[in-house]
Design a protein around this ligand. Structure first.
Ligand code: LLP
Length: 427
């Protein structure tokens, strides 16, 4: 299985990117997310190699994981940022990304928040003309609009962000008049953006979506006599989660996109950058989530309890997503048990593995949940007053704590009990 590429077995123990998961979990406790710097950097290299063209810019979509230590690794590697809102822009700036390395692709923001983003000086991919109008009196130097090219694809309905019924972007005709409005407001520099869905493994989809997108961009540029400083094809590049899935062929995908660029030579002037905004591809396989088996029961169904709940890993409950689960010590044992791997949250959707076949596990055993680098910690919560996971970074043979586990005071820090409700305890 390709997703086991980064594992080694030494003395019967599972090493992840050289780190002894059992040892680390005993030290830091579980649930524990263990990241590997070298895997993140390898993913960045792979991406850049595939898109090896002049004027290519890689902007990491920080919604996938905004741990400042992870952002710092990416900054050191010269990667740019795609930010979803003001706070993401501010964190990127705080982490040392320069403004010209940050793009903001927000949607449905308040005028106040949008103006604050504009004031930071980063370039904005406006989701709609209505958003641009909020800052039209004093527009950013470069203005970009998000197109809905009419097609979309994502692993789930909830992660499909283009096509009919999508809440994102504008159809081509509306985009045309949005650029006209920008021109009327004295804007002279332009970009164009799309993002049609997340976790797509098929290169052919990117061939189709970029062909459609480039043709829309070309028509706009011709009709209005403008050229684009950048053409931003969004993210969406998939990684395998299921046993029968193969890694996406990134080179083939990039080649299809380059072919489409050649077919729209006039759109890509000497100064036009091609931008991609991958989130998942850069970080998903760079981390595992280690959990401990807490207890088991088997009445009408085999229930394998762990200390990792849907507050830490929401994707299975939210989308029906699947994450590979492997035992850390009993890895080579036969898979002989079928059941649900569940957490401690009071919801019946709190199942991190549903009807899976797995080795026979006992309370105290450790498991690793794979692909925990993207959309895990960034979507986690304190539901049920459960702490989020501790996070560890493996970096050059050493381990560093990059997020401590929340304790009860951390989780209560923003709650306020008015004075008149404090006081006499009646029991
Ligand atoms: N750019 C924009 C404007 C986006 O909205 C997104 C993701 C990306 C880039 C990065 O997409 P990626 O390369 O990571 O697919 N929570 C979901 C994924 C939602 C993605 C939303 N937008 C999940 O857990 O699968």
């Amino acid at each position: 299985m390709d997703y086991l590429d980064y594992f080694d077995i030494v003395d019967g123990k599972l090493l992840f990117s050289g780190g002894d998961l059992l040892e680390i979990s005993k030290i830091y406790g579980t649930p524990l997310i263990v990241y590997s710097r070298s895997i993140i950097e390898k993913n960045v290299r792979e991406f850049r190699t595939a898109f090896h063209i002049e004027n290519f810019s890689l902007h990491y979509a920080m919604k996938a994981n905004y741990n400042p230590a992870i952002l710092s690794i990416l900054r050191e590697n010269g990667v740019g940022i795609d930010a979803a809102n003001l706070n993401e822009v501010l964190l990127a700036l705080q982490t040392g990304f320069s403004r010209d390395k940050i793009l903001a692709s927000p949607n449905n923001l308040s005028e106040d928040e949008l103006k604050k983003i504009r004031d930071t000086g980063v370039t904005i991919n406006f989701d709609d003309i209505s958003q641009f109008k909020m800052v039209a009196a004093d527009p950013p130097e470069t203005v970009s609009f998000r197109i809905n090219p009419g097609i979309g694809k994502g692993e789930f309905e909830g992660t499909t962000t283009g096509g009919k019924g999508s809440k994102f972007g504008m159809p081509p005709e509306a985009a045309l008049s949005a650029y006209e409005t920008a021109i009327e407001n004295d804007v002279h520099k332009f970009g164009i953006h799309m993002m049609t869905g997340s976790n797509v493994l098929e290169p052919e989809f990117f061939r189709e979506s970029t062909r459609t997108f480039f043709s829309i961009a070309y028509k706009i540029s011709q009709k209005l006599g403008i050229s684009f400083e950048f053409i931003d094809i969004g993210g969406g590049f998939g990684v395998p989660y299921r046993d029968d899935e193969k890694p996406m062929d990134l080179n083939k995908t990039a080649n299809y996109i380059k072919e489409n660029m050649k077919n729209y030579k006039d759109l890509f002037t000497e100064n036009t950058k091609l931008i991609a905004e991958p989130g998942r591809y850069i970080v998903a396989n760079s981390a595992v989530l280690v959990s401990k088996i807490t207890c088991k029961k088997n009445y009408d169904k085999n229930i394998i309890g762990t200390d990792t709940g849907m507050n830490i890993l929401l994707r299975p409950a939210l989308y029906g997503a699947v994450h590979p689960i492997i035992p850390i010590v009993k890895f080579f044992n036969k898979k002989e048990e079928k059941g649900d791997v569940v957490g401690p949250i009071c919801e019946n959707t709190d199942k991190i593995g549903k009807d899976i076949l797995i080795q026979k596990l006992e309370p105290g055993d450790f498991i690793a949940i794979l692909n925990a680098g993207a959309y895990v910690t960034s979507m986690s919560s304190n539901y049920n007053l459960q702490p989020r996971a501790t996070e560890i970074l493996l970096d050059n043979g050493r381990e560093y704590i990059i997020r401590k586990r929340d304790d009860l005071p951390d989780m209560l820090i923003n709650f306020i009990v008015p004075d008149h409700l404090k006081g006499i305890r009646v029991n």
